[in-house]
Design a protein around this ligand. Structure first.
Ligand code: URA
Length: 213
């Protein structure tokens, strides 16, 4: 399995509301956040844990605590819409911001903004980007992050296109991918079909005039 589709009914309900063109920006942003928080359980299933001593009111026992702090890496700007959903269940997670743009001549993604904790080596990184479309941005972000020698990287999207899944899997078979739905294809402008439109514009209310709601 190249990508795990998290088809929980509550996730799918939120996704259908988010896909609907008539959904306003506040509701859209809240659906993305809710889906993100519902995805946390599966995405973190294999997080490393350490045994720890626990004293209950009745006796001493052994428990488990998460080993080390997880780092969330939202890809600017739409990835920001997933951060609070993840933080709700992982309040101690650090947030590393990463921005990439596509160079008009080379057509290659270039990192234009990075604000990262200094010690990413050995940490668990979770990359957040709602739309895994061509996969070019995710591929470049993962390449950049691998240079920092984390223990592991996972990629979480809300929608994925087969083209993006193929590219990331081919270049990074060690990176588990999670999504709420694997859609049919990309159109000629790189939008996912059937999709949900421009995730960043819909989260932040920067839609063109005729689409604003
Ligand atoms: N980015 C988006 O916001 N939407 C798409 O459909 C593809 C990329």
């Amino acid at each position: 399995m190249k990508i795990q589709v998290l088809d929980h009914p509550v996730i799918q309900h939120n996704l259908s509301v988010a896909r609907e063109r008539a959904t306003d920006c506040d509701t859209f942003a809240s659906c993305i956040e809710q889906m993100a928080s519902l995805m946390v359980y599966e995405v973190t299933r294999n997080l490393p844990v350490d045994d720890c001593a626990v004293q209950t009111p009745l006796e001493a026992t052994t428990g488990q605590r998460m080993a080390g702090r997880t780092v969330l890496v939202p890809i600017l700007r739409a990835g920001l819409g997933m951060v609070q959903g993840f933080k709700r269940l992982l309040p101690a997670a650090m947030v590393a911001h990463l921005g990439l743009y596509r160079d008009e001549e080379s057509l290659l993604p270039v990192v234009y903004y990075k604000k990262l904790p200094h010690d990413l080596e050995g940490r668990t990184l979770i990359v957040l980007d709602p739309m895994l479309a061509t996969g070019g941005t995710a591929d470049a972000a993962i390449r950049f992050l691998k240079e920092l020698q984390p223990a592991s990287i996972a990629l979480v999207s809300i929608l994925a296109a087969p083209e993006g899944v193929e590219l990331v899997h081919r270049n990074h078979p060690d990176v588990p991918m999670y999504t709420a739905a694997l859609d049919r294809e990309l159109n000629e402008r790189g939008y996912i079909l059937p999709g949900l439109g421009d995730a960043g514009d819909r989260i932040f209310g920067t839609l063109p005039e005729e689409d604003a709601s």
